[in-house]
Design a protein around this ligand. Structure first.
Ligand SMILES: Nc1ncnc2c1ncn2[C@@H]1O[C@H](COP(=O)(O)OP(=O)(O)OP(=O)(O)O)[C@@H](O)[C@H]1O
Ligand SMILES: [Mg+2]
Length: 447
């Protein structure tokens, strides 16, 4: 299976789940509608369980959005974070905010794109000439103040293209013509170009045509560092861009960007989100149950919090259905037993987690793959994690030379950290699974 097929299979699994959840939800809605018409109109918006969170189902992330706006004034940004952390939702929120302020911003998803020409075409398609000229012709107040904040520009002519990009690519690379034209068109426009899943795109290009990938990176860098540039880029990626660039000796090609790691939800935000989303389904959640749900998720990725909340509500509905009518509670509460039942339901949906295994098999081979599997197996059995020297001794049978073993362990740990399997070592040097759900899944299926 190639990486494109893999990505689309991964997405289609997510969509399948989202559809099933929606179906269950719809069944529940129609059942409830019979007895409670008053609340029916509220039922449409609950929370997202796979697709990007927008509008009312986008929760919190206020600090991240404010940070990103602040940094964007002076920098281009690489915003990284493991799978399903809400990266696309955040940059989509920035796009919505930008548009509301009269700025021209587009989210360009390059995950399914192959080759430099298609990459340029995709950006160009999102910024058609008419909309860029129209925008430049009638810059609103916010766009003007944004423009003056991002650069001191004398707005007279198109100016030269920065970095001598013509030198960066050989004449045989036809895409460079489109690249130069795109750069000339967007160079002085205060547009926001949010490139989603750049690292996935780049990984494929590096594998299929390393020279082209290098030339594209060089051109992008030259564009970003060109003097007087008004546009701003955010690149996101769910596979670690740094590790990828390092592997190919290309780290310098992105050292001009500000690195902004996206983290999990804070406990208070996750708790508020649980209460809020549950209330949209007329469920009350007290602090104890909300805290307990967060505890069970571990690392507070909003995706896993929402998934567990959804399963918890389903468990609570089943519990209430099974309770004989005279004893049925008048109020709908979620309790910690519902959270435990929801957790079990979630873990039994193997396809939710399968892609974590498939990704390892796709990206690693030989001893590296064996190392990764053994490390995860060992960590799955240890809730408090293991130190690197404990891991090293467990890996002795795979690599006897201690220096080679230590080096390989470091490489694999970096990869597993970058992609959200495990956390960075804590103060005692221990590493462990980030998601308790994933840890328990691994422990049931691999350990
Ligand atoms: N701010 C948020 N508020 C509520 N739910 C969120 C938020 N961000 C993410 N989610 C949840 O996480 C899911 C995935 O979000 P999103 O697609 O933005 O993540 P991602 O990091 O881009 O994922 P991927 O790595 O697969 O591209 C959403 O369907 C939703 O359940
Ligand atoms: Mg995404």
């Amino acid at each position: 299976m190639n990486s494109r097929e893999f990505v689309s299979q991964e997405k289609s699994l997510e969509l399948k789940h989202a559809r099933i959840t929606k179906l269950n939800h719809n069944k529940f809605v129609s059942k409830q509608n019979c007895c409670d018409k008053v609340i029916a109109s509220k039922r449409e918006i609950i929370m997202k369980l796979g697709s990007i969170a927008t509008g009312e189902d986008f929760y919190d992330r206020k600090t991240e959005c404010a940070d990103l706006w602040r940094y964007l004034k002076n920098e281009h940004i690489v915003a990284s974070g493991p799978r399903r952390l809400g990266k696309t939702s955040i940059i989509n929120r920035l796009r919505e905010e930008a548009i509301a302020d009269g700025l021209l911003a587009e989210l360009v998803d390059v995950q399914g794109i192959e080759g430099a020409q298609a990459f340029i075409d995709e950006i160009a398609r999102h910024f058609p000439d008419a909309s860029v000229t129209g925008y430049l012709g009638s810059l609103g107040k916010t766009a003007k103040s944004w423009l003056s904040a991002v650069k001191k520009i004398d707005f007279k002519g198109p100016g030269g293209l920065g970095g001598g990009i013509e030198l960066q690519a050989s004449a045989s690379q036809n895409w460079i013509k489109s690249a130069v034209a795109l750069q000339a068109r967007l160079n002085e426009a205060p547009v926001l170009i949010f490139i989603d899943e750049f690292s996935v795109f780049l990984q494929k290009l590096l594998l299929s045509n390393q020279k082209e990938a290098e030339a594209l990176l060089a051109w992008l860098r030259a564009w970003r560092v060109a003097p007087g540039l008004a546009c701003r880029f955010i690149f996101t990626g769910s596979i670690g861009l740094n590790a990828l660039l390092e592997k190919y000796g290309l780290s310098a090609q992105f050292n001009d960007c500000y690195e902004y790691p996206i983290g999990p939800f804070k406990l208070s935000a996750a708790r508020d989100m649980i209460k809020d989303f549950a209330l949209r389904e007329q469920f009350l959640v007290d602090d104890t149950s909300a805290n307990y749900l967060c505890e069970r998720v571990g690392w507070l990725s909003p995706y896993y919090v929402c998934l567990l909340l959804d399963q918890t509500m389903q468990a609570a509905r089943d519990r209430m259905d099974e309770t004989p009518a005279p004893l049925a509670p008048s109020q709908k509460n979620l309790n910690t037993d519902d959270v435990d039942s929801g957790y079990e339901r979630l873990l039994s949906a193997r396809s939710r987690f399968k892609h974590w295994e498939q990704r390892l098999n796709r990206d690693l081979e030989g001893v590296d793959l064996a190392f990764a599997k053994l490390i995860l197996k060992a960590l799955a059995k240890n809730a408090i994690g293991l130190t690197q020297s404990q891991l090293k001794s467990r890996l002795a049978k795979l690599e006897q030379d201690p220096d080679l073993r230590a080096a390989r362990l470091q490489t694999i740990l970096n990869k597993l950290q970058d992609e959200g399997y495990i956390c960075v070592p804590d103060t005692t040097g221990r590493v462990k699974f980030l998601s308790f759900l994933l840890r328990d899944y691994w422990s049931r299926n691999h350990a």
